[in-house]
Design a protein around this ligand. Structure first.
Ligand code: ADP
Length: 255
């Protein structure tokens, strides 16, 4: 039987007194495309940031590829994977942020090449070839030697995607990747994600407000509300068949 590539087991997260995640249980299967929707502040970003170890859960366990990324000891203390496991786990996961986080002093080709060469110690020529291929894939084959400042927001976001893809992750996380873009640039970025969803077999988790888009490409939709997964299922089940009043209200606002 297919095993999940990511498992959240009763994960809680508090910031100070405020509990923003109240027991998340979630399995992500290889190749699965998941859209996470829900009101602002419901905890969507926090869920995926814990996978990047950008946030530490307050309690619970998270496994990646069967390995403990976060583990809660019997005494309640949280332990993170050791450095060796962490490196392995991190190389399985790519993330694209709302703000592109490109290195401004590097060309876009160098932006794509730096992690595989310096972190994964891969062969430079092979990485260069793969990077060029990925940049062509996102429609930027003619900009290899440009610097980020010479690109539009939509182009920068496509570089950020190519850079993540060059690492050949098993899971890609997209955190509201279109919300910092001018409206006329959103379409080109969504088109690249749609193409990846269709042709790449990695798992994808998208936190998004682009509702119709998410519903279109997602195998599974999670509706997060006040720190719990209030609904989950296929797009059809969540959107058309749920009688959850808060979900209905949310959809009315966003569609
Ligand atoms: P969403 O992505 O659904 O908008 P977030 O996961 O970003 O929600 O945030 C959930 C809640 O946690 C929000 O109320 C937010 O203000 C709070 N929060 C997120 N990060 C921090 C932080 N580093 N410190 C304090 N509060 C935070």
């Amino acid at each position: 039987m297919l095993k999940p590539i990511v498992e959240y087991k009763d994960v809680h997260k508090s910031f100070g007194e405020v509990e923003v995640l109240k027991g998340i249980n979630l399995d992500i299967y290889p190749g699965e495309k998941i859209a996470v929707i829900g009101p602002s502040g419901s905890g969507k970003t926090t869920i995926i940031r814990m996978l990047m170890t950008l946030e530490e859960p307050t309690s619970g366990d998270i496994y990646v590829d069967g390995k403990n990324l976060w583990k809660m000891e019997k005494n309640g203390e949280m332990v993170r994977a050791n450095e060796k496991h962490l490196r392995e786990i991190r190389s399985d996961i790519g993330m694209v942020f709302q703000h592109f986080n490109l290195f401004p002093h590097m060309t876009i080709l160098e932006n794509c090449m730096t992690a595989p060469i310096h972190v994964k110690k891969e062969d430079k020529e092979e990485v260069r070839e793969r990077s060029i291929h990925m940049l062509e894939r996102v429609g930027l084959g003619d900009k290899l030697n440009n610097y980020p400042s010479q690109l539009s927001g939509g182009q920068k976001q496509r570089v950020a995607m190519a850079r993540a893809l060059v690492m050949r992750p098993k899971i890609m996380l997209f955190d509201e990747v279109t919300s910092a873009l001018d409206p006329e640039l959103v379409g080109e970025v969504l088109e690249v994600i749609r193409d990846l969803a269709k042709h790449e077999d990695m798992a994808m988790v998208l936190v998004t407000h682009e509702m119709d888009f998410a519903l279109d490409i997602a195998d599974k939709v999670l509706f997060l509300d006040k720190g719990i997964i209030a609904e989950q299922g296929t797009a059809r089940e969540v959107i058309e068949q749920s009688d959850n009043a808060r979900l209905q209200e949310f959809l009315r606002r966003f569609r």
